[in-house]
Design a protein around this ligand. Structure first.
Ligand SMILES: [Zn+2]
Length: 316
């Protein structure tokens, strides 16, 4: 059909495909459309290119911890607006809408759990809640998580994804850097083990405090990790930055992180580390996969099926 005839008839909108929300996702890494279930079964990574999708703090916790072992700490702690801050919106309105959007009380979920039967305290920042920014409540929850790990001699895992300190709380948010670092200093004196997991992106005040203080620092592949963003640095020093600058692999090459671990291997790696430090002789294998990630039996997923944009059969 020629273009001219097509213009005459108009482009039309065609029949709208009935495709339920959240069934497919476009990969930001390779641009392929991937079936959501396949992504989820693959630990929220792309089966084609290995791109790591951003996931919620709840999903990260379910991925790492033993099934049903997570008990949330300080669930009712909420931020206030100490400065009466307002930019284009009131801070209180931003908080309210973040709460509504994510169902979370703040940008971090902390709690006790077991990981491969090792007693641990875990804290996971959630980027969807105001960019995972560190407010006073976030800092306090991190501090309490460290204290709990200290008091009960548990391993500590903090998973970061953050834009930095929450500027709406001004100096109070910056003070959290000192507070969390001081508590981690105490944990270190008491020979506690802290594993810091850095996901995309970990920047600003979080990088400049607890995220880089891990006894072991593990990053996810391709994660942006830094203090100021590459554009700001480039403009400041007036020089072109090297390829892959501030990415996990670059930081590994330059000694800033200890390991780059793909998400499907994260739990296994943590269990292996805790086995080593907890003096447990046990091979970590596929059994370590948490039950929540097994494909539900009533849905058939074929990972190798060619995706052509057509809606899949309705799961029965
Ligand atoms: Zn991809």
């Amino acid at each position: 059909m020629s273009w001219f005839r097509r213009i005459e008839r108009g482009l039309g909108r065609g029949d709208k495909r009935d495709m339920p929300d959240g069934l497919w996702r476009k990969c930001d890494g390779c641009g392929e459309i991937v079936y959501e279930r396949v992504i989820q079964r693959n630990y929220w990574t792309c089966s084609k290119c290995g791109y790591h999708f951003m996931i919620s703090s709840q999903d990260y916790i379910s991925m790492i911890t033993d099934e049903d072992s997570f008990v949330e700490m300080d669930a009712n702690m909420r931020s206030v607006d100490p400065l009466g801050f307002r930019d284009s919106k009131r801070y209180t309105d931003r908080l309210r809408s973040a709460l509504k959007k994510t169902g979370l009380g703040e940008a971090i979920l902390t709690g006790t759990c077991t990981i491969g039967e090792h007693e641990a305290v875990i804290g996971v920042l959630d980027f969807k809640f105001l960019g995972g920014s560190m407010a006073s409540v976030v800092g306090e929850k991190v501090a309490r998580a460290v204290k709990r790990a200290l008091d009960e001699k548990r391993f500590l895992v903090l998973v970061s994804s953050s834009g930095g300190a929450r500027m709406q709380e001004g100096i109070l948010s910056l003070m959290q850097m000192a507070k969390t670092s001081a508590w981690l200093g105490r944990l270190s004196e008491e020979k506690g083990l802290f594993v810091s997991v850095l996901t995309h992106p970990t920047t600003g005040g979080v990088t400049a405090s607890f995220a880089m203080l891990g006894d072991l620092i593990i990053a996810e592949p391709g994660a942006l990790i830094g203090f100021a963003g590459p554009r700001v640095i480039e403009q400041t020093i007036n020089q072109e930055l090297p390829e892959g600058f501030q990415r996990a692999e670059f930081l590994l090459d330059h000694g800033m992180v200890d390991m780059v671990v793909p998400r499907p291997d994260m739990r296994k790696t943590l269990v292996g580390v805790f086995d080593f430090f907890g003096d447990v002789d046990r091979p970590c294998d596929e059994k370590e996969r948490p039950a929540i990630l097994k494909t539900p039996p009533h849905i058939e997923v074929k990972a190798d099926r060619k995706v052509d944009g057509a809606a899949p059969e309705t799961p029965r």
